[in-house]
Every structure is written in C-alpha cells, then in structure tokens.
Design a protein around this ligand. Structure first.
Ligand code: MIG
Length: 658
C-alpha cells in the first residue's frame, strides 16, 4: 500500500506517475515536526536495515552515517563525503517494522540514518512543502517493487549499449580516436563504443564539433561505425556565451536561459568560460534545448552522456567580485589564510541563490528546485529522441539525477578514483540505484581520478562485466588506462570476452527488469528473507533471477570469502576459454579467483545462456547459445535491440539445459 502525505504546497517534480492513496494526518511510522522546515523522525530497532538512497556513499545498509541529498560535482568520493551528484530520496527501513519512504522534495534534504543517534532515522529539509509517500508491504523487496511502480518504467537503451566502451578525458584529435580504435581492433579486444569527452567540441560549445579536427564529422562517425564502433559525445549543461553561436543567440532571443533576479541572463563560468544555463525546468525551453541533439543525431550519432548538470559552476562574476572583496578585507584585517582561496562548492558559495527558473509552478529560485536540473536536462534529450525517431532507442546517461529521470536515461556514478575501495562502492551502489529505478548504470571502470594499476583494472572489469554500463574512463593526465596498455593483454581480452558471452543473458535480465519494474541487482536479503546472515552481506549481490556475483576487491588477494544462502554452482571463466564448475554447499567458503578469471554463482536449479565469443554486440550469435548451470529451463528475452517492439511475444523463447 502506498499512502501519500502532502505538506504545504509541494513543487510538481514529476517524479511520480503511478497511483497512491491520499492520506490524512501524519504517518504512523514516525513523527513529523514542522517547527523548523520539515522533519521526519523514527526509531530504528537494533537489527533494522536501511536500504536505498540510490547514488550515495557507503554501504548497502545506509545505517550509521548521514547523507545530504543535494546534487554536487564531487571529485573525491572519500568515506566522509555526504553529497554526490544525485538526489534519490527513497529509503526502506527493513526489520522490526518494514516500510519505504519517498520524500518528493526538489531541494537539499538531509538523511541522518543513525548518525546523530544510532537508533534514530531523521529526514529533514528547509521547507515543509513536499509529498511524503509511505509504502508498506510484505518485506523490503515488495516495498521497492511498489515504489518502482509508483515512479514508472526505467529507460531502455539500445542493445549495443551492453557492449564495452572506452573513454578518456583527453582524446582530442581524429588520430587519438583512430589510435584507440586500432588498439582495440588490432588486438582483438572487444569494443562497441568510444566516448568523446569535451575536447571534440569547438571551444567547448555544445552541439558543435571542432572543425579543424573533424572537417567531415558524419564521415568520421561512419568510418568508426564501419569498424563496429559508435562514437558517444558528451554534452555539458552550460551554453557558451559567444556572439554568433546559434545555440547561444537563439536561447537569448527566446528567453530560454536561467535569469538573475533583475531579469538578465545568469552567467556561470564552466569549461567554455562564461555560459548560460538552459532553463530545462521550462517545458518550452526544454523542448528547444532537446531539439539541439538532432544536430548530432543527424551526423549519425546514436548516444550521449550529459555532464556538469548539477549544475557545476566554477565561478560567477558575483562570486569573483565577492571573493576579491573578502580577500582584500582579510589582507587588511590580517585574517587571511590560504584556505580562503580554496575552491568552495557552488552551493556553499551561494551561487544557487543567484538565478531563477520559469517553471510549470511559476518562477523559482534555483536553490528551491536544485535537484531537478540534471533530471530535466536529460529529460530534454530523452523527450527529443522520441520526437526525432519515436520507434528508435538512443543511448543516454547523465551525471546528475533525481528519481523520475530513470524514465529518460541512465546514469554513471561520476568521478570515482583508482582505489580498491571504489570497486566495492560500485557494487553496493548498483543495488541501491536499482531500487530507485536506475537500471542502466555503471561506474568508471579502472577509476577516474588517479593512476590505475593493471590488477585494479582487471578486478574492476571483472565486476564491470556484469554492470549494464561497462565503460573504462579516466581523467585528464592520468596513466593510460586502455586495456591494451598493459602487459599480457590476453587477460584483458579474456575478461572483456566474458562480458560478450554474457550479453544475451544480461540483456534478457535487463529487459525483464525494465518491463516489469523490477531490479537487476538485489541485496541477498531480498531473495533470502528468512536467512539472517543474508542481511549482513555487503559485498555480494544477486543478479537477475539466476545469478549471484562476488567480485574480488582487495589488492594482492588470490580469492575471497563468499557466503552462500543456498547451494550454488560456482562458475569460473578461465582464461583458456573453458569454464570451471563446482557445486558448493550453503554456508561460508573461501574461493580462489585468479586475476584473469571471472567468477559467478548460479542458484540451485537455475541455468543461464552463454554466447560464443564476439568483438561487438552486433556480431554476437544469439541463435546458438550454450547453457550452464543446473538442468532446467531459462526464458530468454531478445529483440532487435534498436526499436521499441517490447511487447512482441516473439521476443521470448525458452532455452533448456539437460
Ligand atoms: O570538470 O568532461 O564527471 O567524466 O571526463 C570535469 C571532463 C568535467 C566531469 C565528468 C568526467 C569528464 C570530465 N567532466
């Protein structure tokens, strides 16, 4: 059951599209205070687990810390970070009593999950204008599934998006891209996508291409496509202020950019220098900005990643003036410290109080609707794609997001680091994100910030093999991270190869989850509610209905401990191409997993299909699949991967394992 409690005058975020029952008074599961903004409080029993929060730091069980949902460009995801790029305001308290809470509120909101007091959950925000949805059900999984119905179906990418992609901030020239394509193709390393970071643009102007490097961009897109590679360009939120640049001029003429209080266009400096932000909370402006993606789809582009849409701001002219004043004063007072020059975040600086949106609910200052910006930038693109070609799927994922955006695109989890702890964080986030509707998602494999190592990349890829978005991405000036940059390339060829062998299964499970508002990744406790130990497992996940995954995430380890709630078949993909299968009894085991092996576990009585090797998704032979696991059947979903004919019964076929 879903009950909706309305406080004040909520902003229409459009996160929810499903049905709920309006309720009177306050929810029975907690206490509400409206004294100072809004505050929800409830007691947590000692064994209660708190799931959810989607893209957030720390474990699957969110207990023991605080999280501030305020979309932030955060480049160091250390343990103490409280805000990342997204605001996914959904939690499930599971235990003594089980219920889900969705706080549909578009601005900064605090989740204190046993931080101030270990036995207390507090959710607080500045204004008592929100809808609170309280979901009760049979258990956490049931609650999550009801929530997923409430917020609508997840985005479905084209099938090629299940291939492997290579990215790096720093590829600039045609020769850079050709070089990476050669590195993969000439070494028979599978690859489907090459990502274009900001340097493909002319002076960082959205929807432009550097004309000197790419004199005939459609021809270059076609050249790559002939090699089985799709180019996926980045789009940033800010539109460069530059006379003669059509996107800028049109936006100004039509009044589609965010405004200051005095009605002038708000200026924020980002990569292009001064920019204006398209007012994507205004439906007309959103349609206009979305329409610009057609410039690139007309050139043959089939996918995009939307960046900097928290929105990230380096500085504003207002801030620059203010900073100078503060510094001058500090010099005079003798209170100057070098810290004063330290880059603060736009929220702390007050940048988000400097501009306004023309929304469906009237004029709103940005800080009041802050968490909806990335959502609506991506929605702009998603809605535009349905106009450009209603029956075709485009690849689309975003950095910033709010619940509701999952209907329009996926997300990547932003600027992680080449740290072992971030493999585990990647795993844990996958399940939390699925709970919030984000199915097409993944992390920068190998790590974005810092220098990767061969073993870190291999272990991380062995997790990435299972994440719908499988992309190796790294920052400017870091060590080369493409799979052909390391010794014994065979190991990389093997691990990437396992991904392609699994694509029919992963795609099938993705589509079933998307079409039934279900999850691909689940905590073990969702599948084994009776098994007490399962609720404590933080480093393994259930994948689809058949598989459990347990990646190695510590350096120099030769294997790991794993917990099995029931008998399972332990499968290792060996570098020679063979599989090693072993039945393991329920309980704890130490399993050996070499650096060049990919482990997975098949649940008792289940089986999964495997394809033969391939170097692109398009060249996979999905007709001839072999089955592994226990004798029985598997219902495979498959389709052309391009169009939207999801309801066709021909998309299902049953495969058998003897
Ligand atoms: O300020 O476009 O998270 O993936 O490589 C950095 C350059 C801007 C941040 C993204 C990252 C991307 C980078 N961008």
């Amino acid at each position: 059951m879903i009950q909706k409690y309305t406080y004040g005058a909520p902003f229409p975020t459009e996160a929810v599209i499903g049905a709920s029952t309006p309720a009177q008074g306050d929810p029975a599961c907690g206490e509400i205070s409206l004294e100072d903004g809004f505050r929800f409080t409830c007691r947590l029993a000692p064994d209660d687990v708190v799931y959810g929060l989607g893209e957030a730091n720390r474990g699957l069980n969110k207990r023991g810390y605080r999280y501030v949902n305020s979309c932030t460009d955060e480049t160091t995801h250390s343990e103490s970070v409280v805000s990342l790029y997204a605001a996914h305001n959904f939690v499930v308290v599971a235990g003594k009593e089980t219920f889900g809470l969705f706080f549909d509120y578009p601005a900064r909101i605090l989740f204190d999950v046993g931080y101030t007091r270990m036995d207390t959950l507090t959710v607080a925000c500045g204004h008592a204008d929100l809808d609170l949805y309280v979901i009760t059900g049979e258990g956490p999984y049931d609650v999550v599934r009801q929530f997923r119905k409430l917020t609508g179906p997840s985005y479905i990418p084209p099938k090629f998006a299940f291939g492997f992609g290579q990215s790096r901030w720093g590829y600039k020239t045609r020769e850079d891209f050709r070089g990476v394509a050669d590195g993969y193709r000439n070494n028979n390393l599978p690859l489907d996508m090459l990502y274009m970071d900001i340097d493909y643009m002319q002076d960082y102007k959205d929807f432009t291409v550097n004309g000197e490097e790419f004199p005939d961009f459609p021809a270059f897109v076609a050249e790559m496509k002939r090699r089985g590679i799709r180019l996926i360009p980045i789009i940033d939120a800010g539109v460069k202020v530059e006379a003669g640049y059509p996107v800028y001029e049109e936006g100004v003429a039509k009044g589609y950019f965010c405004k200051r209080a005095d009605g002038s266009n708000f200026v924020a400096a980002v990569w292009p220098g001064d920019t204006h932000f398209p007012d994507v909370l205004n439906p007309e402006a959103r349609a206009w900005f979305g329409g610009k993606y057609k410039i690139l789809t007309d050139a043959g582009i089939e996918g995009f990643w939307n960046d900097m849409n928290e929105p990230s701001i380096f500085y504003t002219p207002e801030l620059t003036a203010q900073t100078r004043e503060n510094l001058e004063k500090a010099f005079q007072d003798g209170t100057y410290t070098p810290n004063m020059l330290h880059k603060q975040k736009p929220e702390a600086r007050g940048d988000y109080e400097l501009f306004y949106h023309n929304t469906i609910a009237g004029t709103k200052r940005h800080d009041e609707v802050h968490n909806l910006y990335g959502f609506n930038m991506t929605r702009a693109a998603g809605e535009a794609f349905s106009r450009i070609d209603p029956n075709r799927r485009f690849l689309l994922f975003s950095r910033s997001s709010y619940i509701g955006m999952h209907r329009y695109g996926g997300i990547w989890t932003g600027d992680n680091c080449s740290w072992w702890s971030h493999i585990l964080l990647n795993l844990q986030m996958m399940a939390s994100l699925n709970m919030c509707g984000f199915l097409y998602t993944g992390a920068d494999l190998g790590g974005f910030g810092g220098d990767t190592t061969r073993d870190l990349l291999l272990r991380w890829l062995a997790l990435g093999v299972f994440t719908p978005l499988m992309r190796n991405h790294t920052a400017l000036n870091t060590r080369n991270q493409e799979c052909y940059q390391f010794e014994d390339m065979d190991d990389f060829r093997h691990v990437l190869g396992v991904r392609y062998r699994l694509v029919p299964y992963l795609y099938s499970e993705y589509m079933k989850a998307a079409l039934n508002d279900d999850l691909i990744f689940k905590p073990l406790s969702f599948v084994y509610p009776e098994d007490k130990m399962s609720a404590q497992v933080e480093d393994q996940l259930m994948l689809g209905s058949e598989v459990m995954i347990a990646p190695v995430y510590t350096q120099n380890a030769k294997g790991r401990y794993v917990y099995l709630p029931e008998e399972m078949q332990f499968i290792k993909f060996l570098p020679c191409g063979e599989l090693r299968c072993e039945i393991l009894a329920p309980g704890h085991h130490y399993v050996e997993i070499a650096l060049n092996e990919v482990p997975l576990f098949i649940r008792k009585g289940k089986c999964i299909p495997l394809a033969g090797p391939a170097e692109t998704v398009d060249s996979l032979d999905t007709e001839h699949l072999t089955m592994v696991g226990y004798p029985g059947g598997y219902e495979l979903y498959d389709d052309d991967g391009v169009h939207k004919d999801y309801g066709n019964p021909k998309n299902y076929r049953t495969l058998r394992k003897d």
